[in-house]
Write a protein that binds this ligand. Structure first.
Ligand SMILES: [Zn+2]
Length: 269
């Protein structure tokens, strides 16, 4: 999930154009000649004005960045208008069976599409690679090696999706609980480790947005369901050791990876 820049209110605008004639729109210089292979930064700085353009730009980004094991994301991932799927986000990725969907607003930039494409890729990683990514990011965070703005954006995106896993009656409360738990923790842990710690207890106490049919279900149960959907999408049997906690932590570090990649791409490095 990607959030708008602070202060920006992103509205879902009028219907997309049905025109088959699709061009990528650039805000600055005229587009390069068609025989020139665009740079990564050029792709990430493009702005797509409707769903057709978002699909073309998103597919170009998937084709270029797909590091998933089978390199088949371009066939597996669809682009749809976000509408009610987005909430406060400007774009979101959701696993849908063995495929995935990137939900976009009417106007979307390449950096945002790379952010969501990163989620689409990471959820296809093998269990060992996923665990390695968790270890790598948690270590980088505790060593202060991740940019503070990236950590903060990851914290906010994760907190919102954690809240969305809770009973709707708690939606207003959960972000406050997590945020204050993170900032009142006076250990030397990094922000990501603090969030893991805060959610370890919160997730098993707070009622979730799923019904298990046997009564009370928690946010931890919602992450357990998300884990099942994740491994179905990956096409890999869920490892026994992959509990709701691994899923929670993997979703959290996934936000940091996605924001970092998009930031680097837009900056051209
Ligand atoms: Zn995200």
């Amino acid at each position: 999930m990607r959030l708008p820049a602070i202060g920006a209110l992103v509205l879902l605008l009028a219907a997309t154009s049905a025109s088959a004639q699709v061009t990528l729109v650039t805000n600055a210089a005229p587009p390069p000649r068609v025989d020139v292979i665009p740079s990564d930064a050029w792709l990430c700085r493009q702005v797509a004005g409707d769903l057709d353009e978002s699909t073309l730009l998103g597919q170009a980004i998937l084709a270029r960045y797909d590091r998933s094991p089978a390199h088949d994301l371009i066939d597996r991932v669809q682009f749809r208008r976000g509408d009610r799927h987005l909430g406060e986000a400007i774009a979101a990725f959701a696993a849908d069976g063995t495929g995935g969907v990137i939900y976009v607003s009417d106007s979307t930039d390449g950096g945002t599409l790379l952010h969501e494409a990163t989620h689409a890729m990471m959820l296809r990683l093998t269990p060992d690679d996923a665990e390695r990514e968790i270890t790598r990011l948690m270590a980088a965070d505790s060593a202060g090696q991740i940019d503070a703005d990236v950590v903060d954006l990851a914290r906010r995106s994760f907190t919102l999706s954690f809240a969305a896993s809770a009973d709707p009656q708690l939606w207003g409360l959960v972000p406050m609980v997590l945020t204050s738990a993170v900032f009142s923790d006076n250990s030397n842990a990094g922000t990501l480790a603090r969030l893991v710690h805060a959610t370890d207890s919160a997730a098993v106490q707070l009622e979730g947005n799923v019904s298990k049919g046997w009564g009370r279900a928690t946010v931890a149960d919602a992450y357990d369901d998300a884990a099942a959907a994740h491994w179905r999408y990956a096409g890999i049997a869920r490892p026994e050791w992959w509990t709701w906690q691994e899923e929670r932590t993997f979703r959290l570090i996934g936000e940091a990876v996605a924001y970092e990649r998009a930031k680097r791409c837009v900056a051209g490095n």
